[in-house]
Design a protein around this ligand. Structure first.
Ligand SMILES: Cc1cc2nc3c(=O)[nH]c(=O)nc-3n(C[C@H](O)[C@H](O)[C@H](O)COP(=O)(O)O)c2cc1C
Ligand SMILES: Nc1ncnc2c1ncn2[C@@H]1O[C@H](COP(=O)(O)OP(=O)(O)O)[C@@H](O)[C@H]1O
Length: 311
């Protein structure tokens, strides 16, 4: 998959595509269904299947810390969209200037002139441009004028629920990892680089790889059984805490992973952490000794869970 970073990187050779526009946060099963149809159309038209997404996501620009928690960072979306055989991902820098351009300019400059869209899939509630003046109906009318087809996405229902990023966030917040996985169609993974911490972990017998989460709002909190891997490494099992670490007066929300059967060096590595099951909520402890005892229990619980999983 080709990643086009910003409108200014669209080349004349990128003209002509079938396109879907959206946040695709989490790249869940509803998204996968939209993409499956898009890829079908791309084959039909012999044009690249293209996704337009935004960074930051629009709500993050408009609402800052009050925006919904981010399920996937751009890097995660690249991996997941690539797996779904998307040909191109256009990541638009969502600035106040971009957000406030007239809807007609978005259609004519970007969709028609730069991207040469032939087939467009968006939600029928999709709004765009200054004051959210651009509507689905406006796109349909523009399609007739400029020669492209516009269709709306259909709700993907699982059980009796419409799959959505909001529903995935709710399930994650409740600690229902299995349910989140079902809605996503893939495990929930947090990725990031291992940084140096306070070096307290090793003194209590539990070294923990600290992974910066790089998002304003984190969708999950608590202690989890996890699997960790990087590049072509083996898969390691372990326990992790996601939170502020009140026992050591932590200031930022962080992911900390202790791996079983590992004593190497992870500093600087970009790792992926799959949350397998929630064990408990984070809590303050009166001493490092009390924390250590609890982590030992957490580790035993996770190990039991993994061995049950394997049998
Ligand atoms: C499985 C696990 C559970 C943890 N639970 C908590 C907790 O409930 N409360 C807390 O303050 N710290 C908790 N921690 C500790 C911190 O996340 C962190 O590991 C510790 O402060 C060591 O920090 P360091 O890596 O910077 O040395 C937990 C760590 C692990 C590995
Ligand atoms: N079993 C293990 N699980 C996690 N990290 C480990 C393990 N063994 C060694 N390490 C290394 O030790 C570091 C964590 O040690 P720790 O004392 O908690 O220091 P820091 O505060 O810098 O995270 C990790 O970043 C990793 O490089």
């Amino acid at each position: 998959m080709e990643l086009i970073r910003g409108i200014h990187n669209i080349l004349p050779s990128h003209h002509g595509c079938v396109l879907s526009i959206g946040n695709f946060d989490g790249v869940h099963r509803g998204h996968a269904e939209v993409i499956r149809r898009l890829v079908d159309k791309a084959h039909h038209f012999q044009l690249p299947a293209t996704i337009m997404t935004f960074e930051p996501q629009p709500q993050e620009l408009f609402r800052g810390d009050k925006a919904p928690a981010r399920l996937s960072l751009l890097r995660d979306k690249v991996r997941l969209l690539d797996e779904l055989e998307v040909d191109r991902l256009l990541c638009v820098n969502f600035t106040p200037a971009f957000a406030s351009q007239p809807a007609q300019a978005f259609i004519e400059d970007l969709l028609v002139n730069k991207l040469g869209v032939k087939y467009l899939v968006v939600g029928d509630d999709f709004c765009f441009g200054k004051g959210r003046e651009g509507t689905f109906e406006m796109l349909v009318a523009a399609g007739k004028e400029f020669g492209f087809t516009v269709v709306s996405t259909q709700s993907f229902i699982l059980g009796s629920q419409r799959v959505s990023s909001t529903l995935v966030r709710e399930q994650l917040q409740l600690g229902n990892l299995e349910q989140a996985r079902r809605l996503l169609g893939h495990p929930f993974i947090l990725s990031g680089k291992v940084a140096h911490g306070q070096k307290i972990g090793r003194t209590i017998g539990f070294p923990t790889a600290n992974i910066a989460l790089k998002r304003k709002v984190v969708p999950v909190r608590g202690v989890f059984a996890v699997r960790l891997f990087w590049d072509d490494s083996d898969i390691y099992e372990g326990v992790a805490n996601i939170g502020f670490r009140p026992t050591v007066q932590g200031q930022v929300c962080q992911l900390e992973v202790h791996l079983f059967d590992f004593d190497g060096d992870l500093y600087g590595k970009r790792v992926e952490v799959e949350l397998v099951a929630k064990i408990r909520d984070e809590q303050p402890f009166e001493s490092l000794d009390a924390l250590k005892k609890q982590i030992l229990n957490d580790a035993n619980e996770a190990k039991a869970l993994f061995s049950f999983d394997a049998s």
